[in-house]
Structures are given as C-alpha cells and as structure tokens.
Write a protein that binds this ligand. Structure first.
Ligand SMILES: C[S@@+](CC[C@H](N)C(=O)[O-])C[C@H]1O[C@@H](n2cnc3c(N)ncnc32)[C@H](O)[C@@H]1O
Length: 285
C-alpha cells in the first residue's frame, strides 16, 4: 500500500517524517525524495542487517536521513536526543519483511529449515528457541492463545513440552502438526502459522512496543500531522484502532479513514503476504 501511504502522509519539501519501520527502505525512498534536501527523515530499524541494506538503498538521500538502529518503542528518547520536538508524519509498517522471512538463518518461517531464532534484533538475549525450551506448558499455552488466537493452544504446548529440546523451525512445525486433529491440517492457511506468529510476537514483545510507540508518536505530531499504520493481524489492528479511538475522544486526533483500507486484489495477487494488511490513518488536531 505504498501509494496510499504516500498519498495520506503527503510528505513535502522541508518537512520532518519518521519511518518507524525502515525495513529495506521501500517507503523511506519515496518519502526522502519528497522531503527534498531541506527535509528530515528519521529512519528507525531494529534489525541491523536490514538497516545496512536500507542505507545502501537510500545513499542518494543520505543528506536528509538519520538512520537509527533502535526499537521504535524508544521514540520518546530517540527524537529528543536529536533535538526534535515536533514531527509532520509517522509511518509504521508493522511485522517483518520478506528479506527477514526468506532468510532461513533467522528462523521466522516454517517453510525453510533454520535455527528457531525469530529475534528481529540479533543483540537481544532471548530467542524463540529459549522460550520453547524453557517455559512451562501453561506459559506456552498462554502465548499461543493470546498472540496466535490458536484454538489448539493446549495441545500444541503439550506437544512441545513432550518433544523438546526443539532447536529448528522444522522441528517446531512438525511438533505442531502432530498435536492437531487431521481435519485441521487441511486448512488453506498452514496450521503452524498461528504458532509461529505467536512466538515471534512474544520473542520481540511486539504488541507492547506498538502500544508504547503509538502513544508517544501522537504526542510528537504537529497539528495537521498524520500517522499511518499498516498492521498485519487482528491483534495489532485492535491496538491501533483503540489508541486512535481514545485519542479522538480526548480531542487529540481525527480519523482520516473511518474504516481501515485493505490492499487491492492486484496487490494481493502480486504479494500474497499483503492479504491481511490494514492501513489506518489519523491526523493531529
Ligand atoms: C514490514 S517491514 C517494513 C518494510 C518497509 N516499509 C519497506 O518498505 O521496506 C517491517 C520492518 O520493521 C522492523 N521492525 C519491527 N518492529 C520494530 C520495532 N519495534 N522497532 C524498530 N523496527 C521494527 C522489522 O525489523 C522490519 O524490518
């Protein structure tokens, strides 16, 4: 939904925009072009490898970019440290990128074999492997229930505890498959999807990061400034919807989109991962 984000964010010469999820810089390149040499782009990325690639991709616009290898939950520190008190726009394009998902060494995907890692920031101490091999059955069950909305969370947690140690993505995938009834295994969406999503959210503490960052970003927005959030599952979208709604009630924001925007069929055909994307946009008043 790049074109939609650019339309709603409307970056223009001399403005200051924060890309909280730089990735490889797809959004940032377009934003940096529009900001011009007098503008300022604060580009935050938790993953050092992605940041390195994004820097190369944005090298023609380096004069207006601050590249920051940090977690967007720290926005309340990151901006004042750079003397920034007001911002014209924020973009959050949540989750992980294809670059991360497709790299089997990162352990995000059940479709290729790799170490069960899932850390977006390789300097963090706790990986998915640490969680699956150390938490109790109840603790694992809670993760799958809360972050995966998984119907069979108890059975999956029990299967993990029975089969551990689990060190690879394929071991976890097989462990999930063994735990599920046959009928559940023939679904359109792979039956391990929710378990992998839940573990990734837990490892990276994604939901609390989003909540903290959104609250803080709203405070930094200048009057008329906009905040665009693309989420990829209902848990994220619920957080965005609720924070926007309470900020509307307290008179801080107005909604630019009453309902979230979903990608066009053509975009989903090109990139099946876009199928669950939802864009919400709000403006500071
Ligand atoms: C969907 S990708 C963004 C793709 C990007 N918009 C582009 O056009 O290339 C999400 C990126 O956000 C990063 N990310 C996720 N949570 C983060 C956080 N809490 N702080 C900083 N970066 C984060 C991920 O590492 C990933 O690279």
């Amino acid at each position: 939904m790049l074109e939609e984000v650019i339309k709603f964010l409307n970056p223009s010469a001399g403005k200051c925009v924060v890309d909280c999820t730089l990735g490889l810089g797809g959004h940032s390149i377009r934003i940096a072009q529009a900001l011009g040499p007098q503008g300022r782009l604060i580009a935050i990325e938790r993953d050092a490898e992605s940041l390195k690639k994004a820097k190369e991709n944005l090298k023609d616009y380096a004069d207006r970019c601050d590249f920051i290898n940090d977690d967007f939950r720290n926005i309340g520190r990151i901006l004042p440290e750079r003397g920034i008190t007001e911002v014209d726009g924020f973009i959050f394009d949540l989750g992980i990128s294809s670059f991360q998902l497709d790299d089997s060494r990162r352990g995000f995907s059940f479709q290729s074999e790799g170490p069960l890692d899932m850390r977006m920031n390789q300097n963090e101490l706790v990986s998915a492997q640490d969680l699956v091999n150390s938490l109790t059955e109840n603790e694992l069950m809670k993760i799958f229930q809360e972050f995966g909305e998984e119907r069979f969370s108890r059975r999956i947690a029990r299967s993990i505890v029975f089969h551990r140690p689990i060190t690879t993505t394929y071991q976890l995938r097989d462990c999930v498959l063994k735990a599920l009834p046959m009928s559940y295994q023939r679904q359109r969406i792979h039956p391990a999807t929710r378990t992998f999503q839940a573990l990734r959210i837990a490892v990276n503490r994604e939901l609390e990061a989003l909540e903290t960052a959104l609250q803080q970003s709203i405070e930094f927005l200048r009057k008329g400034g906009r905040i665009c959030v693309i989420s990829f599952h209902s848990l994220e979208d619920r957080i965005v919807k609720n924070i926007f709604r309470s900020s509307v009630q307290t008179g801080k924001l107005q909604l630019i989109l009453k309902k979230p925007l979903e990608p066009q069929e053509s975009e989903i055909k090109e990139n099946s991962r876009a199928r669950s994307a939802k864009l919400r946009v709000a403006e500071k008043i």
